[in-house]
Design a protein around this ligand. Sequence first.
Ligand SMILES: [Zn+2]
Ligand SMILES: [Zn+2]
Length: 151
Amino acid sequence: MPQQNLSSIVSILKTKGFRLTLARKQIIAIFEQTKSPISVDDLNLELHAKSIHVNKSTLYREVEFLVEQKVIKPVQFQEKNKRYELADLAHHHHLICNHCGNIEEFEVENCLLELKTTVSRDHGFTVEDHTLDFYGQCSNCQKNKLTKLAN
Ligand SMILES: [Zn+2]
Ligand SMILES: [Zn+2]
């Protein structure tokens, strides 16, 4: 699936007759530029960095609006707050570092094909989608640990 660029998301919303405030456009741009799922708090920090100040309830409403419009979708990890990412990204998985909190995305070709075949054979169940996230220690944290041990 091709990745939507900023202008296509914005123009689709425009066609649907929605208002495109500066904040809304910037929020979409942030999701476009961010390589991993972000929380509403992260989003708030990014907006602040761009000198755009939106109050929390407006921000939550904007996020909800973008979810309703299927621009972004929620991703739930083993943490309290939900995160969000663009809804039309190609199928991918997440690597979540338990130490620094970094989240990396990766894609696999013919993902879990064998497992899906087994599931449909043994359970008569047609798998249409799946999620799979890995928790552990990222390469950076492993390097840092080694450096600390060496010193
Ligand atoms: Zn890490
Ligand atoms: Zn997969």
